[in-house]
Design a protein around this ligand. Sequence first.
Ligand code: HEM
Length: 147
Amino acid sequence: MALQYLALATMIVLYSLMFIGGYVSAAGLGLTCPDWPLCPGGILPSEEYLIEWTHRLVAATTGALVIATMVVSLINKNSDLKIKITSSLATILVITQIVLGAMVIDLQLHAVLVAIHLGIGILLFSMVLLTTLFAFRISKIPKNTNL
Ligand code: HEM
């Protein structure tokens, strides 16, 4: 898949994840699914866990997409240092965010951790946005150029 569309898909899925996370928080559903990584009942959740389970499923999808974007940007011949840095930072942030998500549950929605979870989400979105912008820019560079 072309790097720019992979990065764009990653950004759209991440935005949806942040939207769902805001809903989980505002609706007070943060502790409806007390286990980690799965909700009680196994891979497919019952209705009571659906929203939080969806947040975790979309988080896992986002993680895979962010890592795939980094790999493709590292091996793309036209990639410059900027996209390699932003996509690598996004990977570090997404892994941190997923670990932090587990801690948010484990520590019963500790206010500081929830605030850090939001802050890292914003930083992650910024890195994915920059990666997408850089990816569209390098897609305009003609192939076989040494620039
Ligand atoms: C890339 C990964 C993730 C992103 C970008 C993300 C993003 C967010 C955002 C933006 C919020 C809303 C925060 C707020 O309004 O203060 C949220 C809430 C939440 N997230 Fe995540 N999240 C991710 C992964 C996870 C994971 C893996 C878990 C683990 C189960 C998790 C658990 C939660 C919980 C429990 C809340 C609600 C906190 C509350 O009730 O106040 N998140 N997430």
